[in-house]
Design a protein around this ligand. Structure first.
Ligand SMILES: Cc1cc2nc3c(=O)[nH]c(=O)nc-3n(C[C@H](O)[C@H](O)[C@H](O)COP(=O)(O)OP(=O)(O)OC[C@H]3O[C@@H](n4cnc5c(N)ncnc54)[C@H](O)[C@@H]3O)c2cc1C
Length: 474
């Protein structure tokens, strides 16, 4: 069934279809290259995203919804579908500041700056629709956040989201962002890159999980398993290409290289995992807040003091099942709490964590993520949570509920970028050190946590990598 894919040498095979893979597949296809995109998850149409929240978790995420670190104190979310995590994310698209670039330059001996990336961000942004949430759509949850910030003398700003006609002016409050946008408003990599590239000739195999990659002069070989979901069968395939781009995300790309025995040559492979760990805090009010109405998430902290302290706050809410999973407790007590969904406001703190995590493959082939919060991470988290409690206290909340589970949504590192081969895996030309044909520019190359939403910069790095990949194909 897959002979037509196996019996040819592709110019480039791209593994993974998130902000990095989608962007690279689009740019290469547009330039006339013969490109095959492999994605472990399903290619949903906007009308087929699973509707019940529980189904979207099980069908669109790795680990059936959530993956855990080695001691289950940190949960990780990463999507498994065409479009990658951009299908389920909040689409906040922020540029790095000089602090983030300087940190990378120092750790990885790079030469990046706001000035260098200005034209790159501009090019990437031109391919997206970006909207700042207007204050006319600020709901009560947002207003509480803004008033609390004013009392504390902290700065905030409206969010800049990748969205187009979200329908807020027609009263849309679908709150479906985390399960795939049914109106193609969200500027996911499926909407902005993969589907347009398919129209230009990109070939895609979905349900195709790549296991290994190897460099065989003059090109590369990939082994993968393709699942036939309806028949319940699977098939192993081998594919050849002149060059490979691994864009399977921090965990996915690192796992493929570990399975391909790259650790022997690259001792830093798997190290430096960061994830901007975050905790949600809910507050109960005695009047309805209806946080699910209006813009789901509209503002965020924007204050040099907080940047220096190493954390940020976001005014985010969640659909009911996600919310219920955040609370501890069982039975009647849990049910009573959920009955107060209408009366809840929420705030999230996300910290800029140290690069202490490491990804390994156990003997049984399972992925293990060893990642604990360091003393500095814990101190940042406590300061952030304390500030949220003070802000909710000052806003007249009746009760404050701290959610015990931390989540890592921005998975980064594992194949760090850098010049020093003992402290990195990928060189500044986005090639695996010592390789001529294997390229990486996704979230796995982040040498440290920027403390800023990563997607726009993942797209920018991927765009920057195109000339080098094109030379690799030649
Ligand atoms: C709930 C949530 C909210 C978020 N909100 C924001 C936000 O507002 N702004 C922001 O900037 N970031 C946000 N993020 C993070 C952001 O979406 C990710 O950092 C980004 O998508 C990573 O891009 P990527 O291309 O590196 O990987 P991904 O987007 O994860 O894409 C990797 C793709 O590779 C596929 N894959 C993995 N392994 C294999 C394999 N072996 N074979 C084939 N395919 C494979 C995966 O299925 C996936 O589709 C959020 C994340 C979550 C979970």
């Amino acid at each position: 069934m897959f002979e037509k894919f196996e019996n040819q040498v592709w110019d480039c095979i791209v593994v993974g279809s998130g902000p990095s893979g989608g962007r690279i597949a689009y740019d290469l296809t547009k330039s006339g290259a013969k490109v095959l995109l492999l994605e472990a998850g399903q290619h949903f149409k906007k009308t087929d995203f699973p509707k019940p929240e529980i189904e979207s978790s099980s069908q669109m995420f790795w680990g059936g919804g959530i993956e855990l670190n080695h001691d289950a104190r940190l949960g990780f979310l990463r999507a498994k579908c065409v479009g990658g995590t951009s299908i389920v994310n909040q689409a906040l698209l922020d540029r790095f500041d000089s602090d983030a670039w300087n940190d990378w330059n120092q750790i990885a001996s790079l030469n990046f700056s706001e000035q260098k990336f200005l034209p790159i961000y501009e090019t990437v942004e031109k391919s997206l629709s970006l909207e700042k949430i207007s204050d006319k759509y600020f709901g009560k949850n947002t207003k509480i956040f803004i008033q609390a910030f004013a009392k504390k003398g902290l700065g905030w700003t409206a969010l800049r989201r990748g969205q187009k006609d979200c329908g807020l002016d027609h009263g849309n409050d679908c709150i479906a962002c985390l399960g795939g946008c049914p109106r193609s408003s969200k500027q996911s990599s499926m909407v902005t890159a993969v589907d347009p590239a398919i129209e230009k000739g990109l070939q895609l195999i979905d349900h195709c999980e790549v296991e290994t990659v190897s460099e065989k002069n003059p090109g590369t070989v990939i082994t993968a398993t393709v699942k036939n979901k309806s028949a319940g069968t699977s098939q192993k395939i081998n594919l050849k290409s002149k060059a490979v781009v691994l864009a399977a995300g921090s965990f996915g790309t690192t796992k493929i290289l570990l399975q391909s025995n790259f650790k022997q040559k690259h001792s830093y492979l798997g190290k430096g995992i960061t994830c901007h760990p975050q905790y949600m805090t809910f507050a109960l009010f005695n009047t309805p807040i209806d946080s699910f109405k209006g813009a789901f998430q509209a503002v965020k902290s924007y204050d040099p003091k907080l940047r220096q302290m190493g954390f940020k706050f976001e005014n985010v809410f969640a659909p009911p099942i996600a919310t219920s999973m955040l609370f501890s407790g069982f039975g009647r007590q849990h049910q009573d709490l959920m009955m107060k969904y209408k009366y809840m406001a929420s705030m999230e703190v996300a910290i800029r964590d140290e690069a202490s995590g490491e990804l390994e493959i156990a003997k049984n082939g399972k992925m293990i993520v060893r990642k604990s919060l360091t003393a500095q991470d814990q101190s940042r988290m406590s300061q952030g949570l304390k500030m949220i409690e003070e802000m909710f206290d000052g806003s007249g909340a009746e009760k404050i509920i701290r959610c015990p589970q931390a989540f890592g949504l921005h998975l980064m590192g594992g194949c760090s970028l850098g010049t020093n081969e003992s402290k990195s895996v990928v060189n500044p030309e986005f090639k695996v050190h010592g390789s001529k044909k294997i390229f990486i520019a996704d979230s796995s190359v982040f040498p440290s946590a920027p403390g800023i939403n990563p997607s726009l910069t993942i797209m920018a790095l991927s765009h920057l990598a195109i000339p080098s990949i094109t030379r690799g194909i030649a």
